[in-house]
Design a protein around this ligand. Structure first.
Ligand code: ANZ
Ligand code: ZN
Length: 873
């Protein structure tokens, strides 16, 4: 037979599938439903290997479930709004819309060439007016339900470009274009009330068993429920006088009230009212506060910034012993919007406090230590945040941390300061409401109108969508919508007076928070079609990168709950099953000058067992560097197009799924791809040989099955069962290994059988058909071609998944390594019950054995049942 020609075959089968509308999800037809979804791509211009891996995985599941008799929904779309389109507009003078839709067209073509079983009739781009119109409806529904509101909040302000910057446009505290120091400005912005669901979003994580544990933990930490105590500290007399009696106490929030006797200072946020009060008569403090505000662009920045403080000169009295007092600082690491914006510092047991105390010479007193450990030694060079019992803490000494927390809470609850309790238990959440306002053009317009007389007015339903205007300019910084007066200035829908459209657009995370629901009825005139959405949701299997483990998934979970509240979906959780795949990584290369070199410019040879690289076509040595995530900056990117051109989609898909477990990184290598390509060719050869020598299509199993045919049948059914189970468990690499084993068994059977009876011809066909069917989810084009070669006039994509025969699985097959003079040369798959004579017969006919012994005669064959075969020559 000729080699399998992927380039010729792949488009042919893709056309066939499309012509038959095979992957278009049909209406309710009584079959059970299965919704498999991969995170939709951002249309950056080209697909990359990470996409190929992600979509290949989803496709395996989709094709398998379809073969198992499910009505499968497997759609694709584009997360199409966002900043890069505006950057392209500024840099290349193309309209964001044109840039985006051109990219979509290019990437759609690329995706189609991978042969994914997608329902393209449901394609959506989030920048399609049809899509964002419904998103505007959802927003207005949330507004009505009290889930959307406005408040003042800080933005990154570039004082040179006079524009708001996204966090990713602030680099080391400076504007990415102007290089100016970024300031924090307060703007009134839109928020979605995710905190209304804090408790639910946390609690429901325990009922998502098909989510990776690590993702659930990340979400839990992000939501960040903590139980603590509010503690009021009275300012000592001198202090009171200085701030003119206006503020006489500081309330702090702590999760470690047990450590109170280790307190050595209080620290206030720069935005705390007491900081402002003190700054009124302390210009140095005012300057310090200014500096803190400027530096603080993000929580992450605050956490890594060097701890800095300013001593206000005030002192506060210890709540458990008013005769003790500690200094009050203003510090850059205390956030105003968490807890009370003030803390007590316990340097011995909190690293931030430790750093701060070391810098300002404040006492570091250990108050918790494991029994038998000398407390002072614990904190010699870092804070100790482990468990133990209380020390240096008077009446708390000897108590466990838990007991001490309880004891302090109990005491302070009954203690009073100006007639109110000193302590109050309090649950705090790290989760904040979601700021969705972006001062950008390329996003979904927020559908409200501001009227001076009537205030904020929702755009009436019959005036939706609020379309983005096309005539915008990008030659000045700032939001083009603000400058487009024809679009911006409107009359108030309520009083008819002069009014302005909201010019903020929505965060693109909004767009991706409900697309999975829209896919169930992409043309509905409402956000969802209630009759169908609940048939499909939750998504049975969602697949994507772990980089979205927090925000995207949490926002989608929130949206689903909010949409449930506004009556758009019946469920509360969007994704019943989640799988997060690893990355595609590649070696890196550098030339003598230390510049990165792309893999396509490198030739690697094996020099005495070690790999050596040179620049292709020259002798210039190249240094082989570490294996890294494929990235443009390191030039270690392999373009899927190149692979598709030289090997075809099936080989790329096969390799991606074969080499490592899907949750781990896969190392892309030329050798690996070549290996996959050989496997593809082998399946093709085997199918053709089996077509020639096997029984015709549809032959029933003969009554008498001899041992050789029986062991081939067992190998086939074992592989079938293993692939089914492993797809369900996402062990795709195990599937590929099982497929390879069946290839081996079939290949051996085809080689070694001299007198072929009807049992064997039946087994040939059966094994070949099973092989093709289990290959189909991974290499679907090859499978179609091989299925046709086997004499079928139907498509394998339409065939039911075969059932493994339990009788053939009952006593499994075994793999026996075959050694010649003590060296492994081959292995054979035989029935566990195979007798020594039939094993000997198979071994005598092995090509690898003949090659290894050359012209020497075989002296003896030693069969260790179920373990190994040794040939002595
Ligand atoms: C004293 C203490 C001693 C603390 C100790 C910790 C360890 P979570 O668990 O995240 O809720 N904190 C409170 N408000 C803060 C703010 N606005 N900015 C920065 N830090 C703040 O963290 C609660 C702990 O974080 C609190 O408990 C407080 O420090 C600090 F050995 O109080 B702790
Ligand atoms: Zn009005």
């Amino acid at each position: 037979t000729e080699r399998y020609n992927a380039r010729e075959a792949e488009p042919r089968w893709q056309a066939k599938w499309e012509e038959r509308k095979l992957f278009e999800t049909t209406a309710d037809d009584g079959r059970p439903t299965y919704y498999v979804l991969e995170m939709f791509p951002y249309p950056s211009g080209r697909i990359h290997m990470g996409h190929v891996r992600n979509y290949a995985m989803g496709d395996v599941v989709a094709r398998y479930k379809r073969a198992k008799g499910f009505s499968v929904l497997h759609p694709m779309g584009w997360d199409a709004f966002g900043l890069p389109a505006e950057n392209a507009a500024m840099e290349r003078k193309v309209h964001p819309k044109a840039w985006t839709y051109d990219n979509i067209a290019a990437m759609r073509g690329q995706l189609k060439s991978i042969g994914l079983s997608l329902d393209w009739s449901r394609e959506i781009a989030t920048c399609d007016p049809d899509y964002y119109e419904q998103q505007q409806r959802l927003f207005l529904g949330f507004l009505k339900a009290g889930l959307a509101y406005r408040r003042k909040s800080k933005v990154n302000w570039d004082p040179v470009d006079n524009t708001v910057l996204a966090n990713e446009q602030v680099i080391d505290g400076r504007g990415w274009r102007s290089g100016a120091l970024v300031e924090q400005r307060e703007l009134t912005q839109w928020f979605l009330k995710i905190t209304a669901f804090s408790e639910e979003l946390l609690g429901a994580l325990d009922h998502l068993p098909r989510w990776p544990e690590k993702v659930r933990t990340m979400q839990k930490n992000w939501i960040g429920r903590s139980e603590g105590l509010l503690v009021r500290w009275a300012l000592a007399d001198a202090g009171k006088a200085r701030v003119a009696g206006a503020i006489s106490e500081v309330e702090v929030y702590t999760t470690r009230p047990d450590t109170l006797f280790g307190a050595s200072f209080l620290a206030l946020s720069a935005d705390h009212p007491l900081s402002a009060a003190c700054a009124e008569c302390d210009p140095k403090l005012a300057a310090f506060i200014e500096e803190c505000r400027r530096a603080g662009t993000s929580v992450a920045a605050l956490e890594t910034a060097e701890k800095m403080g300013y001593d206000t000169g005030l002192r506060a009295a210890h709540p458990l012993d008013p005769s003790l007092s500690v200094p009050v600082y203003v510090a850059n690491f205390v956030l105003m919007d968490y807890g009370t914006g003030a803390i007590f510092g316990c340097p011995a047991h909190d690293q931030r406090d430790y750093d701060f105390a070391s810098k300002y010479g404040l006492p570091i007193t250990p108050v918790v230590a494991p029994e038998g450990v000398e407390p002072q030694s614990l904190i010699a060079d870092a804070a100790y945040d482990g468990d133990g019992v209380l020390v240096n803490s008077r009446f708390l000494d000897g108590l466990t941390v838990e007991a001490a927390k309880e004891e302090v809470a109990r005491r302070l609850e009954s203690e009073t300061l100006s007639n109110a309790p000193v302590g109050a238990r309090k649950v705090n959440w790290r989760l904040r409401d979601w700021g969705v306002s972006r001062q950008r053009y390329w996003g979904c317009p927020i559908p409200v109108i501001h009227c001076e007389a009537c205030g904020v007015q929702p755009v009436p339903d019959d005036q939706l969508p609020v379309l983005l205007p096309d005539d915008v300019t990008f030659d000045e910084p700032g939001n083009p919508l603000d400058r487009n007066l024809g679009w911006r200035d409107v009359s108030c829908p309520t009083c008819g007076g002069p009014a302005r459209r909201e010019t903020d657009t929505m965060d693109t995370f909004v767009d991706s928070s409900w697309y999975f629901a829209r896919f169930t009825a992409p043309d509905a005139a409402t956000p969802t079609d209630k009759r169908v959405v609940d048939r499909w949701l939750p998504v049975d299997q969602y697949i994507g990168g772990v980089e979205h483990a927090i925000l995207h998934l949490l926002y989608s979970r929130f949206f689903t709950r909010a949409m449930n509240m506004t009556g758009h979906v019946g469920v509360k959780e969007p994704f019943a099953g989640l799988f997060t795949q690893g990355m595609v990584v590649h070696e890196t290369y550098k030339d003598a000058a230390g510049d990165w070199v792309s893999p396509s410019e490198v030739t690697i040879t094996d020099v005495e067992g070690s790999r050596q690289a040179v620049k292709a076509g020259t002798a210039e040595p190249i240094e082989i560097g570490s294996i890294e995530k494929m990235s443009k900056s390191k030039k270690n990117v392999v373009d899927p197009n190149d692979i598709l051109d030289s090997y075809g989609a099936d080989t790329a898909r096969w390799f991606m799924l074969s080499d490592s477990p899907p949750e781990r990184d896969v190392i892309w290598s030329e050798a690996g791809v070549e290996g996959a390509s050989r496997r593809v060719q082998r399946v093709w050869r085997l199918a053709n040989e089996a077509a020639e020598r096997g029984a015709p299509v549809g032959t029933d199993a003969p009554a008498d099955i001899g041992p050789a045919a029986d062991s081939l049948r067992r190998a086939a059914h074992a592989a079938l069962a293993r692939v089914g189970e492993s797809i369900e468990k996402f062990h795709f690499n195990v599937c590929v290994a099982a497929t390879n084993e069946l290839s081996n068994a079939l290949s051996q059977a085809l080689q070694t059988t001299t007198d072929v009876g009807p049992d064997m011809t039946f087994a040939f066909r059966e094994a070949a058909e099973i092989l093709v069917q289990i290959v189909a989810p991974f290499a679907p084009h090859l499978a179609e071609e091989a299925w046709a070669a086997l004499g079928h006039d139907t498509l394998v994509a339409e065939a039911r998944w075969p059932e493994a025969d339990p009788a053939l699985l009952a006593s499994d097959t075994v793999i026996l390594p075959v050694q010649v003079n003590g060296k492994k040369r081959d292995e054979i798959v035989v029935s566990r019950e195979a007798d020594n004579a039939s094993i000997e017969k198979i071994v005598r006919e092995l090509e690898a054995v003949a090659k290894a012994i050359g012209d020497k005669p075989i002296r003896k064959i030693i069969v260790v049942p179920q373990r190994i075969v040794n040939v002595v020559a």
